[in-house]
Design a protein around this ligand. Structure first.
Ligand code: PMP
Length: 455
């Protein structure tokens, strides 16, 4: 029988003894500072000491329908009772899996009607690397292997997904990227646009892709991958000119266009998928997080007919995971999509809560420590700056982002610091009153930050 551990203090001690955390400095855990989260409801979470927090991040950008949805619990429980597991290998399926693939085909951009399931966004992007290279091999162009991604991209932590990432610390950990992965600059107008108009900068940033394709030779380039809005890189929402130009360049050189919709999918941008918000039709897409609102680990790769039919001609597909299309995860994803559709959450983000959030945050543009407020839908970022006129940002050593994040935590608000930005991604069910609370608490954290840095 497992031990029953009740107190937060005991959990913290055991945690530092036995648990290797993700994306955490182990010395912080060794100091007994593990945060024990025990319960959630709507946009609120509670810690082991009964303290309530407003979760401005919806977990890790994923609890789109909010915590505490009994309907999702019931969907999991029904499926577990009926059939807790069966695999999709060797021509098998389950009703939940096939129904989910069918429902997704109604929501994804035109032509993306074929789905391969995984358990995480990292696995989905890793799968894409294999599938796209396989596609080109079967097309008789086996040299088309290189993936072009962007600096500050986040695509996951498996080997290939980490190589797709564009964050230096992801590469520094184990000695760089795998061969045949390369990066172009991210389209961050505020930091890199200088005097250029936003739309002009968008075109220039996209044309870095054309230069890179020509430098590598189009005959060697497999795909370009990008998040419609770069999430973990700091909620970098590109100028409206950017994605259409990227698509034009991909089509011109027959380079597959891959959208990583792991964060942007399922309503965050005010459309079902970020690709729809930016007016593009990718060849391949990855999705995760909002697919089940984080209630179950599930992700998927969507592909168009050209990719699907080509890999269909290659004989046995030597790829898959035990938990590809796990029936419990599929049942929960189906119920979750049902909630998003029934409650009109995608339209709510576009017409109500997205504009409300951005109107409320806009007042921080006047704050001495904030240079820019950016984002779309329920994705938002505040760029912290030392000097508003010169757009000088804080250094890593200054640590303004983490300072502000902790100040927000002290107020009972969960936000995330990405470099020197504070990012937000609340649930799609956040109320107007909760947005007021969020802005009030964030304002206090920004004031504390400005005072600390003498602004
Ligand atoms: N792609 C994007 C855009 C992400 O934000 C993430 C996770 N934050 C991933 C991929 C990786 O997903 P997972 O953590 O489920 O492996």
């Amino acid at each position: 029988m497992p031990d029953i551990i009740r107190t937060t203090g005991d959990l913290q001690a055991l945690d530092s003894a036995h648990h290797v955390h993700s994306f955490t400095d182990p010395t912080v855990i060794a100091g007994g500072k593990t945060r024990v989260v025990v319960r959630g409801d709507g946009c609120q979470i509670w810690d082991g000491d009964g303290r309530r927090f407003l979760d401005g991040m919806a977990g890790l950008w994923c609890v789109n329908v909010g915590y505490g949805r009994q309907e999702l619990v019931d969907a999991a429980s029904r499926q577990m009772a009926e059939l807790p597991f069966y695999s999709n290998h060797f021509q098998s399926t389950t009703p939940a899996l096939t129904t989910l693939a069918h429902e997704l085909s109604k929501l994804t951009p035109d032509g993306l009607d074929h789905f391969l399931f995984t358990s995480s966004g990292s696995e989905a992007n890793d799968t894409i690397v294999r599938m796209v290279r396989y596609f080109w091999k079967l097309q008789g162009r086996p040299a088309k292997r290189t993936f072009i991604s962007r600096t500050m991209a986040y695509h996951g932590s498996t080997l290939a997904a980490a190589s797709l990432c564009g964050m230096p610390h992801m590469h520094a950990m184990d000695g760089g990227t795998l061969p045949e992965f390369t990066h172009i600059p991210h389209p961050h107008w505020y930091l890199h646009g200088g005097d250029m108009a936003k739309e002009e900068f968008g075109l220039q940033a996209a044309r870095a892709l054309e230069q890179k394709i020509l430098e590598l030779g189009p005959e060697n380039v497999a795909a370009f991958i990008g998040e419609p809005v770069q999430g973990a890189g700091g909620v970098i929402d590109p100028p409206s000119t950017y994605w259409p130009e990227i698509q034009r360049i991909c089509r011109k050189y027959d380079v597959l266009l891959v959208a990583d919709e792991v964060i942007c999918g399922f309503g965050r941008t005010g459309e079902w998928f970020g690709a729809q918000a930016y007016g593009i039709t990718p060849d391949v897409m990855s999705m995760a997080k909002g697919l089940s609102s984080g209630y179950q680990p599930i992700a998927a790769v969507a592909m168009n007919a050209r990719v699907f039919e080509t890999i269909g001609g290659g004989g046995l597909l030597a790829h898959g995971y035990t938990y590809s299309g796990h029936p419990v995860a599929c049942a929960v994803a189906l119920a979750n999509i049902g909630i998003i559709a029934r409650e009109g959450l995608v339209d709510r983000v576009r017409d109500d809560i997205g504009p409300y959030l951005h109107r409320a945050l806009a007042k921080f543009e006047q704050h001495p420590v904030v240079g820019e407020v950016r984002g779309i839908g329920t994705l938002a970022a505040l760029q912290l700056v030392k000097d508003k006129t010169s757009r000088e940002i804080f250094s890593v050593e200054d640590g303004a982002g983490i300072f502000c994040r902790e100040a927000a935590y002290d107020q009972g608000l969960i936000v995330r610091a990405v470099g020197q930005s504070i990012v937000l991604s609340p649930s799609l069910v956040i109320t107007h009153a909760e947005i007021e609370e969020l802005v009030d608490k964030l304002g206090k954290a920004l004031d504390t930050t400005a005072r600390h840095f003498g602004l």
